[in-house]
Design a protein around this ligand. Structure first.
Ligand code: 13P
Length: 255
């Protein structure tokens, strides 16, 4: 059985007091309605990782960062290393998000270096892939997603993939309120499993957790999560309120 997961990517939201308040609400909600099969992960900004870790003590909620730098340490002003992230208590890191690819010009070489360094330091990676609207309209979805997987994961062994979760996030669905239909998402998820098998071997595709991301909300989560190859969600906007995040988590529990 593949691990189900609902992860919240807070992006650049929440001061430390706001972050502590939000996780306290998520925690309280999960104490009332405990999850049995879904791994819940929150990914606040770097600045809130330590306080959120404190606020999560004794709970099963996982903690992740949204980015890391590709070198171990050094003169890289403003950057944050894998070891620094680990020292906050976080165990996950998001790599390859389309906002990083777009605004910070992160390409496949950078993403590959980041994934390798994260894994080397014992962090689990949430690796994002996805096509733009233009690419979808030109029927390039599978080429783009296939290339991202091939280059971003270049050189990784089946063993390494145990610590990678793939998130399929069509760029046109992020923050737009326009989500992929369950069938559109399912088609790409099944393709991702096949590609992972072809690239890495050892039938890793069948074992890997693949999340869908892009305008996941309480009212569309159940339909997406009912698809056979959708194992969970990477939630943006709807994870900033405990009530909507909790509803998505419950949809995963029922799927
Ligand atoms: P939205 O849920 O706000 O569309 O964001 C999705 C996302 O980018 C998660 O990483």
């Amino acid at each position: 059985m593949r691990q189900k997961m609902i992860a919240g990517n807070w992006k650049m939201h929440k001061t430390n007091p706001e972050a502590v308040r939000l996780v306290a609400q998520i925690r309280a909600g999960l104490e009332k309605n405990p999850v049995r099969k879904t791994r819940v992960v929150v990914c606040p900004p770097f600045t809130a990782l330590s306080v959120v870790h404190q606020a999560l003590k004794g709970s099963k909620i996982g903690l992740g960062a949204q980015n890391l730098f590709w070198e171990e340490e050094g003169a890289y002003t403003g950057e944050v290393s894998a070891r620094m992230i680990k020292s906050t208590g976080a165990r996950y890191v998001i790599v390859g998000h389309s906002e990083r690819r777009r605004y910070f010009k992160e390409d496949e070489h950078i993403i590959n270096k980041k994934i390798r360094l994260a894994l080397k330091n014992g962090l689990k990676v949430i690796h994002c892939v996805g096509e733009t609207l233009e690419e979808r309209e030109q029927n390039l979805t599978k080429d783009i997603v296939g290339n991202q997987l091939e280059w971003d994961l270049n050189g990784l062994a089946p063993e390494d993939l145990k610590n990678v979760v793939v998130a399929y996030e069509p760029v046109w669905a992020i923050g737009t309120g326009r989500t992929a239909t369950p069938e559109q998402a399912q088609e790409v998820h099944a393709f991702i499993r096949d590609i992972l098998d072809a690239l890495i071997g050892d039938q890793v595709g069948a074992r890997m957790t693949i999340l869908y991301g892009g305008s996941v909300k309480p009212n569309n989560a159940a339909g997406l999560l009912a698809q056979p190859d959708i194992d969970g969600a990477l939630v943006g906007g709807a994870c900033l309120k405990a009530s909507s995040f909790l509803k998505i988590i419950q949809a995963s529990e029922k799927s």
